[in-house]
Design a protein around this ligand. Structure first.
Ligand SMILES: [Zn+2]
Length: 325
């Protein structure tokens, strides 16, 4: 597909962080000052994950009240509409935005208002994934997910675990997600991004419907087989993964390996602004670097429709769309 054809292709995005994907225009408006591009985005020679994480400081300042979160929801769907995204699962960590006067439910409601307004104006369908952060207490995370559960099917579709995987392994969170499973809240888990393959195995055991990144499965055929057999989706974010050094070089990136293993791999941006990317750019990148063919681009989109946390009827509709292309 040419660049023009890739732009036009209807896309599904399942792994996109709100704070890392705010437009510079929105951030400048919120802060009332100009912001340099290098304050928000990493360059191609990003050295490490910590350099990457620094870029979340400024956007965080824009998300401290209802107006900021509502505006952010509207802004991200505007950005996605230019990229021809038809359905997106947008994730954020509610507890990073709460304060004495602004509780979890109010935080989620504010974002949902903005997203709903954006959906009407830009015709991009959405769901929200709430992220528990690894550094936060298990009690706080559980309470947050319980609050989020009241929005399940009304804008919220799932939970997630994000943050410093190398410091806090998945084994610390087994009980938390046991309770989340009992609650009936679906979840995806960041695993095998900058941590070991054990985190992926623990995530499968915990009952994750999807895995974020999953890079550590590389060269572990038996884990790949398990992921395939369980029908667990893998949310890959190629440009981000190379920037954060989740893999040392592009030749080590396991996209082709995962596709060959029959895994339900999907392509995502992770952080549109921090990584200076879009779905179109990601698809262009994997075509160029990994020789991904047109039918594989469509397969990646069908995979996303299959493993989305949307209602079945919506998933069927999306699947049909790609079968007709
Ligand atoms: Zn992520």
């Amino acid at each position: 597909m040419t660049r023009e054809e890739l732009i036009k292709l209807p896309k599904i995005e399942l792994h996109c962080h709100l704070d890392g994907s705010l437009s510079r225009e929105f951030i400048e408006k919120r802060l009332g000052r100009t912001v340099r591009e290098e304050e928000l985005s990493v360059s191609d020679d990003c050295k490490s994950l910590s350099e990457y994480l620094e870029k979340f400081e400024i956007p965080g300042e824009c998300l401290r009240d209802a107006e900021g979160l509502e505006g952010a929801g509207y802004d991200i769907l505007r950005t996605m509409s230019k990229d021809n995204v038809i359905y997106a699962e947008i994730r954020f960590a509610p507890l990073l935005h709460t304060s004495e006067k602004f509780n979890t439910k109010q935080v989620i409601e504010a974002l949902l208002h903005g997203l709903e307004r954006g959906k009407q104006d830009f015709d991009v369908d959405y769901n929200v994934i709430v992220c528990a952060m690894r550094h936060q207490s298990l009690e706080e995370s559980y309470a947050m997910i319980r609050d989020a559960y009241t929005f399940l099917g009304k804008g919220v579709c799932a939970a997630d675990l994000a943050g410093a995987e190398a410091i806090y392994p998945m084994s610390d969170f087994m009980e938390l997600f046991e309770k989340v499973k009992e609650m009936g809240m679906p979840f995806t888990l960041h695993a095998g991004e900058c941590g070991e393959v054990k985190n992926i195995l623990d995530s499968v055991e915990a009952g994750a419907g999807r895995i974020g990144h999953g890079i550590a499965m590389r060269n572990h055929g038996e884990v790949e087989k398990l992921i395939k057999e369980r029908g667990i989706g893998v949310e890959m974010c190629p440009i981000s993964n190379l920037q954060t050094k989740a893999v040392a070089s592009s030749s080590e990136y396991p996209l082709r390996e995962f596709l060959d293993a029959g895994i339900l791999a999907t392509i995502n941006t992770d952080n549109r602004t921090v990584s200076n990317t879009s779905m179109t750019k990601e698809l262009e990148f994997i075509q160029r670097i990994y020789g991904i063919r047109d039918e594989e681009v469509l397969l990646l989109m069908r995979n996303a429709a299959k493993v989305a946390f949307a209602e079945n009827e919506k998933k069927e509709r999306m699947l049909k769309l790609y079968e007709e292309l």
